[in-house]
Design a binder for this molecule. Sequence first.
Ligand SMILES: NC(=O)C[C@H](N)C(=O)O
Length: 573
Amino acid sequence: MIRTLSSASSLDEISVSYDVPVVDPTSVPKVLYGHRTSLDSLCDPEWSQESRVLVLYTGGTIGMVRNDRGKLAPIPRELETNIRRYPHMHDDSYATKRFGCNGNTPLVLPDCKEKRRVAYWVYEYEPLLDSSNMTMDDWIRIAKDIRGVYEMFDGFVVLHGTDTLAYTASALSFMLENLGKPVVITGSQIPIFETRSDGRDNFIGSVIMAGSYNIPEVTVFFNNKLYRGNRTTKVSTGRLQAFDSPNMPPLAIAGISIQGEVVVLVLRDATKRGVILVNTTQCMHGAVDTIYETGEALVSAGVIAGLDMTPEAALTKLSYVLAKSDWDYDTKKRMMMRNLRGEMTVVGQEDEGENQELDVVSAISRALQLSSSDDVERIRDLLVPTLFFTAVSNCDIKRLEEIFSNGAEVNLLDVSGWSALHMAACDGIAEVVTWLLQHGASVHVRDKQGQTPLKIAVENDHHKVVELLVQTGAHLTESPLRLGEVLVSAAAADNVERLKSYHIAGADLSCADPCGRTALHAACTVGSEECVRFLLEAGVPTTTRDRTDLTPAMCAQVNNHDHLARLIDEQEE
Ligand SMILES: NC(=O)C[C@H](N)C(=O)O
């Protein structure tokens, strides 16, 4: 089982930092824009059968080919063409049967016994880069590209050269604020086309991670291991185990610390001038420590202890923090000391007082006369999920806090694939939903029917909850045609509350069903004045004609609801 400590816990919508403006759709690269225009097919409800992954191919050895002189260089459009030929990377017969044979047929991974098949698209950068030639602008481009098509995919894979991969991973972890979907970065030491290559396993593993697991953060997948992105560092230019995450379990091993040679007085001047200095270790294992005189002297000179952050994470975190123009100097310093995305281990006040044993665990352990801590641990693992779901349905926030501090996984699923957020969204308790979102619950988790918490909240007309979920980046996944159908049936049932739910969830209320009928046609047909008034206030078009060439006003007249036809006329005037 894959466990993750979610790092996204804000109620804001996903955004990209480093001073990047809100993404302008016209700036989305052509191929991505192409996907945008085929949004309909991507959002088709049938699609819940597969998860969707976008592979952003930026360059690196993984897609390079040896030239006549034996030198490696990337060749445009070579990667996807080759992948289509590898049966273990693309199931052509499944893809053709499901999606037909057109220019936009996705690649599909063969059945890996995961929940759903994973369909994926490769978006190739131009030019393809050796990562040692990448700059901060390239990090920004990747972040913007992900933001631009964020709602259309369940996860993202970034194919990247290994030389600066850890820097990009750290940078993206800070830049992609409130990330709710997996972003997996990978590459290889040997090109994917060569007989012996780590590239194929890294590629397939990353696509599976991005498509089948709910790990909403920036990670690095390499040599069969998934690392937190901002914890990784490149450790070898030649070995297939090119990356490591020395200070993050399960690889963290206590070791000796490093002492730096510094001239403290030079440093004190700098911090007085408002320069932010961070002390990090180059060592693989361990953290900078103030038990040494030199370390203590650095702290007294105003240098921030970077604890066990990798130099890659420290550099990119600094760039991120410095670019935050709305933070003053003290806030920036405080943020550098705080664990923002799981990039460093902060022990101390945050942990104090937590981890008190749950009363019920203690009681059962006593009743069973358990003496070993392993046995108590097992009882806790068994009980915590049940207690957690019970606290959610009882809306018991105090209990939720207590269970959470005892290790409850906030995105845990029950047998029907429901998370605690699905449950709270169904009950419509905004307080619990807010608590879950603040503690890292993902709004993108789907149950076995492919339903998100947002869909559940909409279907139960919990408007406040719908609003909270949308603010956190949730979005509807139905195609416009399917939306047309549900809106028409809501209006036909005189259900204005449902129309409001869809409206708050961001649905376009003018969507038509397969007969060309809109919610306004249906409301006029059945004579629902409340629905007609609501739709007109929402500004839906009034002149749309259905397949039988009727406008909503004509439907009202045919069914003897002349007053509704008049309402529409007044609106048109
Ligand atoms: N293995 C690699 O990908 C190294 C290559 N020079 C790069 O970083 O792009």
